[in-house]
Design a protein around this ligand. Structure first.
Ligand SMILES: Nc1ncnc2c1ncn2[C@@H]1O[C@H](COP(=O)(O)OP(=O)(O)OP(=O)(O)O)[C@@H](O)[C@H]1O
Length: 728
């Protein structure tokens, strides 16, 4: 939707003046924050502990503020709205006001900015003209207007165009850098509706490849942190991605939106102290992912609370004390009623047993004074045989050991999993030395939940519940010092509580396995098993989730290809489904080829159209089996050179694992990346060479993923057999 007259030099000059004012204000605020920080640092580590703690809290505040102001430097302002009522507002990465508090720039997340993304000619929301500003550094290089006059658009045959098409297409055509950027200047209406949806409950976003699910999930996290700062500042947001590589790919986005309050990790990252190094069959992964494994783990823990076959008599100074099975049973039942995890409830059991055995001793003596009783109790507690007997009845154990034992000792598995079929149990068995796998992660977490900390483990940090006094005090401090609206009393109180350790909520949350978050965002959510969902729902008791994924891209055997199957058990009927339908990554021809394959093999594909087209985006290359590797490497090198001559770009070869070593050797020290389909999930490249698609299609979802990674060129190198939908 270009409006020629707006892109005039006069338009640019006027906007340049506004943009200069905005950057001027940004510089002033940054200087102020830097001065205040320098003041605090000058005061040094003197004063009472409370003074020091306050100073540290403020120092962190100013450091964060400076970081935030630095992060919004690029494309600070990208839009302008001219309202029908005559008002004009500028939209940007953060809100800015002048020294007299008059608004200069509206934060993209503020309600007033919403029309920038959602207004259409059919529903203009009071907007007369929407202007997109393109800037390079601090210079305005282009302006583009959407005139929201439905009659004029209809006459020109341009109804239903993309918002800010010029700015959008420029963003989509940009070379990929290997790091995802924010899309704040060009968010489209269907994406905006997802980003701004209410925080309560679970929102599932289904969309084909490149529809912006990851981008939308990240912008939604920033939006929720902005609108629910009070609630989220103290509890944080958890962001779950499929791999470390993927997390690296997206790790610039939230900081560039001025947000650092999210913990980004993989499922594996939530379970501390174990290494995941094994792989296992789909059949095993499927069993381990089933929700009835929760019952298996529960029984496995319970099996550690044993009752011996016979009573045992121990002599203390010649007097008999009987460790009775009935006492053990009673004491165990009581300890379980405590409701604490196994390792932590052990102390209750042991204390109860020692009390019972001491009572037996006391009965054999005439008069027992309180002091004598304590002495008797000490004797009982220190007796080695009694200690061993009590330990055997309630053995502390780590989650890793519990799982190792469970899967390597058939009798333990038989006892813990009587409801699994014998063949399922056989599949689960493995040597004690076998490494843990991805599918073990939720089981380890389930076990950790039921076992709790080891008796001599460090106590859990309890940084979550702030007292009213702490919050009130922080409010007073804020009133006294003034903070320019940068922080809530809760956030400051948390920081003060942490004192000089200066841990952020995100840092504290990631150090504490039992931390519960204010909101959880899950990307590539189709891969999660029911056990993985249990693991995540424990981390957000309020069940406030943003779940994004594509059920046509599922590669995990324990994942889902139908959202209700995964969501209903967790959220009942209370989750909402939204769909994204336009792919911003892949050119039309690539979308067509990928959809044709997906439909031919019966993948549950969503509606998908492409935002743009690229000439000759798809090319097929038939080669002899003997030259598959060399031909693929040559294609990739050719693409890399082609891109280099027009500004550079990223090229990947996506191939079956068995070809990786040969491909790397053939490519030498070239910058072409060689990866498997699974590892390419969520990533994108300017050009992609897919090698031997028929082999990758052993898992249909994997080939669908591989085909949909390029932003420009897709080369398919094959030996004559092509998967359905791609031939002809
Ligand atoms: N409104 C937009 N403006 C500019 N770029 C966009 C927009 N929406 C999405 N993109 C770009 O499109 C590409 C694909 O987005 P993203 O990775 O979020 O899609 P996805 O749905 O998660 O894809 P996949 O299912 O393949 O993982 C990214 O480069 C993203 O920045």
């Amino acid at each position: 939707m270009h409006d020629e007259p707006a892109a005039t030099a006069t338009g640019l000059d006027a906007e340049q003046q506004v943009v200069d004012t905005l950057y001027g204000r940004l510089d002033t605020l940054r200087d102020e924050a830097e001065e205040r920080l320098a003041d605090i640092r000058r005061q040094g580590p003197s004063g009472s502990p409370q003074n020091r703690s306050e100073r540290d809290a403020f120092a962190t505040l100013y450091e964060d503020r400076i970081g935030q102001l630095d992060a919004v430097e690029d494309r600070l302002c990208f839009g302008r709205l001219d309202m029908i009522d005559g008002e004009t507002l500028y939209v940007g990465r953060i809100g800015l006001s002048d020294a007299e508090h008059a608004p200069l720039l509206t934060d993209w997340r503020a309600p007033a900015a919403r029309a920038f993304y959602s207004a259409t000619a059919a529903a203009p929301s009071g907007v007369m003209n929407r202007r997109h500003l393109t800037t390079r550094g601090r210079t305005v290089t282009a302006v583009e207007d959407d005139v929201l006059d439905v009659e004029a658009l209809r006459a020109a045959g341009r109804e239903g165009s993309l918002a800010g098409e010029g700015a959008l297409l420029a963003a989509l055509d940009a070379r990929r850098t290997g790091r995802m950027g924010d899309i704040v200047a060009t968010i489209q209406a269907e994406q905006d509706a997802v980003i701004r949806a209410p925080m309560e409950g679970a929102l599932v976003v289904q969309g084909g490849p490149g529809t912006g699910k990851t981008a939308v999930a990240l912008h939604r996290a920033a939006f929720l942190l902005y609108h629910h700062r009070e609630r989220l500042a103290s509890r944080g947001v958890l962001l779950i991605g499929p791999s470390r590589q993927f997390l690296r790919y997206i790790d610039h986005v939230l900081p560039s939106l001025g947000e650092t309050g999210a913990v980004s990790t993989t499922l594996e990252g939530l379970v501390k102290g174990v290494t995941i190094a094994g792989v296992e069959s789909d059949a095993v992964a499927r069993i381990k992912g089933r929700s009835d494994m929760a019952g298996v783990i529960k029984r496995a823990v319970r099996e550690r609370q044993r009752v011996p076959r016979t009573d045992q008599t121990v002599r203390l100074d010649g007097r008999p004390v009987v460790i009775r099975r009935s006492d053990i049973r009673d004491a165990q039942a009581r300890a379980r009623r405590d409701g604490r995890p196994h390792n932590e409830a052990r102390a209750t059991f042991a204390k109860d047993m020692i009390g019972r055995l001491t009572a037996q001793l006391a009965e054999q003596l005439e008069h027992v004074e309180a002091d004598d009783r304590m002495e008797l109790e000490r004797e009982v507690r220190d007796n080695r045989s009694i200690r061993v007997a009590i330990n055997l009845c309630w053995l502390p154990i780590t989650p890793a050991q519990l799982l190792k034992d469970l899967f390597s000792k058939p009798h333990l598995l038989d006892n813990a999993a009587p409801r699994l079929s014998a063949s399922d149990r056989d599949l689960l068995l493995r040597p004690t030395s076998a490494p843990f796998t991805d599918a073990d992660v939720p089981l380890l977490d389930e076990a950790a939940e039921l076992l709790g900390d080891m008796p001599n483990g460090s106590p859990r940090p309890d940084a979550s519940a702030l007292t009213t006094e702490e919050v009130e005090y922080a409010k007073e401090v804020l009133e006294t010092f003034g903070d320019g609206g940068m922080v809530t009393a809760e956030a400051l109180a948390s920081r003060m509580r942490e004192g000089s350790t200066r841990l952020t909520v995100a840092e504290r949350a990631s150090a504490d396995r039992t931390w519960t978050y204010g909101h959880v965002v899950v990307d590539e959510a189709q891969e999660l098993s029911p056990m993985a969902w249990r693991m995540l729902s424990r981390r957000c008791p309020t069940r406030s989730f943003t779940i994004v994924g594509d059920v046509a891209q599922t590669s995990s055997a324990a994942g889902t290809t139908w959202w209700p199957e995964a969501m209903d058990p967790l959220f009942g009927g209370t989750w909402n489904l939204r769909e994204l339908t336009v792919s911003y990554r892949i050119p039309a021809q690539v979308a067509q080829a990928a959809q044709s394959f997906a439909k031919a093999v019966g993948l549950p594909v969503s509606e998908l159209s492409a935002a743009r087209d690229v000439d000759d985006a798809v090319a097929f290359h038939r080669v002899d089996a003997s030259s598959l590797v060399d031909a693929s490497a040559r294609r990739a090198s050719h693409r890399l050179e082609e891109l280099a001559s027009s500004g550079g770009g990223l090229v990947a070869v996506i191939a079956p694992e068995g070809l990786h070593a040969d491909l790397r050797a053939a490519l030498g020290d070239s910058d072409v990346e060689v990866i498997g389909a699974l590892a390419s999930k969520g990533l994108e490249f300017d050009a992609v060479v897919v090698v031997d698609p028929a082999a990758i299609a052993a898992r249909a979802g994997d080939l669908y993923v591989a085909l949909t990674r390029p932003t420009r060129h897709l080369d398919i190198v094959h030996t004559g057999t092509l998967p359905p939908g791609l031939e002809g």
